[in-house]
Ligand binder design. Structure first.
Ligand code: IPM
Ligand code: MN
Length: 364
C-alpha cells in the first residue's frame, strides 16, 4: 500500500468550496487503488492571516515540508478587504510567493485544453477555434520581476517612485527551457519561445539560451515570437501553438488570456514543479464576489488533482480517467454558470453538483 501525504491549502474566497470537490474525487480514486491519501488541511492565505497573524504560518510550512504534494485552492480578498492586511502580509506576497520560493517551483505547466465537445465554450468564432485547442503554456515561476529587487520611496525630485528589477541568470533560463524542450519532445516537437528581445536584455539572453539548449533537441522546431505578437496570434490563430515557453510575467498574462479563449478561467488547472516538490492549483483567483454561493466552477481545481495524480504519483491512468470524467459531464450538457452563457442549451449545475457528476462519471 502506497501512502501519500497531501497538504490541502483551501485558501480564501471560492477556495474552500472547490477544494471540497477535489477531495470528493480523491476519495473515489483512493477507494479503488492500492493507495492511501493522507489529507492534511492547513491554513493558508488571508483566512490564515486573520486567524493566526500570518498568511503562511509556521505550522502550515511544516505540513507542506512533510507533504509529498501540495494541493492549493485560491487566495486573495476583495480590494477593500485586502486593505485590512499589511501589504507584505497580503496572501500573494505573504503566502503564495514565499511558497513558490521555498520549494523553488520554477516550472509552471498551464494546459490550455479545449476538446472538440467543449469547443463551443470559446468566445472565438467557430472557424477560428475549429475542433478545439491543446496548448501547453510553460511559465517560469520563480524569477523575473516577481522576485527581483524592489524598492519604493521618494526620489531626489520629491516624487514618489517605485523600482523593480527584472533579472534572470543563464541557469534560471536553462532549466525552464530544458523542461520546455522535453515537453515538446513528448508532444508535437514544436516549441514557441515567447520573448521581447527588441526591448529587453533579459529576452536577448533568453533567446540565446533557447538556441543553445535547442542544439540538444534537433527534432524540435523552434519559433521565436515577440510576446505582443503572441497575444494577437492567440486570438487569431491559436491552434498554431503547441508548447509555449516564457518568463514569469509574460506567462502570467498570456495564460489568463488563454483562459479567456477557452471561455473561462475556470478551465485552467496548473502544476508548479520544483526540484523536490510540486504544488497544484487552479490558475484563477479566489473570486470573492461569488464565494460561498456554490456556483464556482471546480474544473480547474479537479484538473489540478488530475495533474497531481500524474506528475507526483505516477497514476497516469486515473489521471486520464478523471479528465475523461470531466469531459463527460460537459458533453452530457451540464455546466456551472461561468460557461452557461456560451450555450443556452445547457443545464446549469452548482459547484457541488458538478463534483457529484464527475464522481458519477468516474465510477461508471
Ligand atoms: C497566478 C496568479 C498569481 C501570479 C498571483 C495570485 C500572485 O495570478 O498564479 O497566475 O501572478 O502569479
Ligand atoms: Mn495570474
Amino acid at each position: 500500500m502506497t501512502q501519500y501525504n497531501i497538504a490541502l491549502l483551501a485558501g480564501d474566497g471560492i477556495g474552500p468550496e472547490i477544494m471540497v470537490e477535489a477531495v470528493k474525487v480523491l476519495k473515489v480514486i483512493e477507494s479503488r487503488n492500492d493507495v492511501v491519501f493522507n489529507l492534511m488541511p492547513v491554513e493558508f492565505g488571508a483566512s490564515a492571516w486573520f486567524k493566526t497573524g500570518s498568511s503562511f504560518p509556521q505550522e502550515s510550512i511544516d505540513a507542506c515540508d512533510k507533504a509529498d504534494a501540495i494541493l492549493k485552492g485560491t487566495i486573495g480578498l476583495s480590494h477593500e478587504e485586502s486593505k485590512k492586511i499589511p501589504i507584505d502580509e497580503q496572501p500573494e506576497r505573504g503566502a503564495l510567493l514565499p511558497m513558490r520560493r521555498r520549494y523553488d517551483t520554477y516550472a509552471n505547466f498551464r494546459p490550455v485544453y479545449l476538446p472538440t465537445e467543449l469547443a463551443h465554450f470559446s468566445p472565438l468564432k467557430p472557424e477560428i477555434i475549429g475542433s478545439g485547442l491543446d496548448i501547453l503554456i510553460i511559465r517560469e515561476l520563480v524569477g523575473g520581476l516577481y522576485f527581483g529587487k524592489k524598492e519604493a520611496g521618494v526620489n531626489e525630485k520629491g516624487l514618489r517612485y517605485a523600482r523593480e528589477t527584472l533579472e534572470y541568470d543563464e541557469d534560471q533560463i536553462k532549466r525552464i527551457v530544458e523542461i520546455a524542450f522535453q515537453s515538446a519532445m513528448k508532444r508535437k516537437k514544436k516549441l514557441h519561445s515567447i520573448h521581447k528581445s527588441n526591448v529587453l536584455k533579459s529576452s536577448v539572453l533568453w533567446t540565446e539560451i533557447v538556441g543553445e539548449v535547442g542544439k540538444d533537441y534537433p527534432e524540435v522546431k523552434v519559433e521565436h515570437i515577440l510576446v505582443d505578437a503572441a497575444a494577437t496570434y492567440l486570438c487569431l490563430n491559436p491552434s498554431q501553438f503547441d508548447v509555449m515557453v516564457m518568463e514569469n510575467l509574460f506567462g502570467d498574462i498570456l495564460s489568463d488570456q488563454a483562459g479567456g479563449i477557452l471561455g473561462s478561467l475556470g478551465l485552467m488547472p496548473s502544476a508548479c514543479v520544483g526540484p523536490e516538490k510540486a504544488y497544484y492549483e487552479p490558475s484563477h483567483g479566489s473570486a470573492p464576489d461569488i464565494a460561498g454561493k456554490n456556483i464556482a466552477n471546480p474544473y480547474a481545481m479537479i484538473g489540478s488533482v488530475a495533474m497531481m495524480l500524474e506528475m507526483s504519483f505516477g497514476m497516469d491512468e486515473e489521471s486520464a480517467n478523471l479528465w475523461a470524467a470531466m469531459r463527460t459531464v460537459f458533453a452530457d450538457g451540464y455546466s456551472t454558470a461561468d460557461l452557461s452563457e456560451a450555450d443556452s442549451g445547457i443545464t446549469l449545475v452548482s459547484t457541488a453538483e458538478f463534483g457529484d457528476k464527475v464522481v458519477e462519471a468516474l465510477t461508471k
